[in-house]
Design a protein around this ligand. Sequence first.
Ligand code: SAM
Length: 161
Amino acid sequence: MSESDDIRPGEIAVEAPPPDDARLRFIGRCVTPFAERKDCPRQGRLDGPECRLEIFAPWGRALDGIEAFETLDVLYWLDRSRRDLVLQSPKSDGGLRGTFSLRSPVRPNPIGLARVRLVRREGDTLVVRGLDCLNGTPLVDIKPDRCAFSVQAPPKAADRC
Ligand code: SAM
């Protein structure tokens, strides 16, 4: 995605229907050194700069146990994206790709996903490396890396086939 909302040659925007009423609760915000889109990496790296996931009240206790995990999946809301493109030209060269074949921030529901390294917990804040989002990006969810996570609940019949 470019650093502006301008449309590129060949890109197609649609008249997006109004959003459904599924509503998110932002659980916190991402504090990063990236003030503008041009400063953000296209994808975060586990050796990237330290960033902070600040969790809002009343969700702080939801972090309990998280220190057991070295890597986490973080979902965030790319709040400064346009949301109406179906075809995009990532290289600005006229070559077109469908939105769902890209990891562009421009999508109908602009959810970003990053795998991050947990550096430490400081109360209701996690210090992590691996984000690629603008400072202040709203936080949607945090989960342990699924490869490192063992299911805690008893197995269901469907788990045994
Ligand atoms: N890692 C996530 C993923 O794969 O789902 C996001 C990848 S997306 C290519 C990352 C880019 O989104 C950044 O380089 C920046 O240009 C843009 N971006 C970051 N934060 C944003 C925000 N809050 N709103 C809109 N665009 C953002």
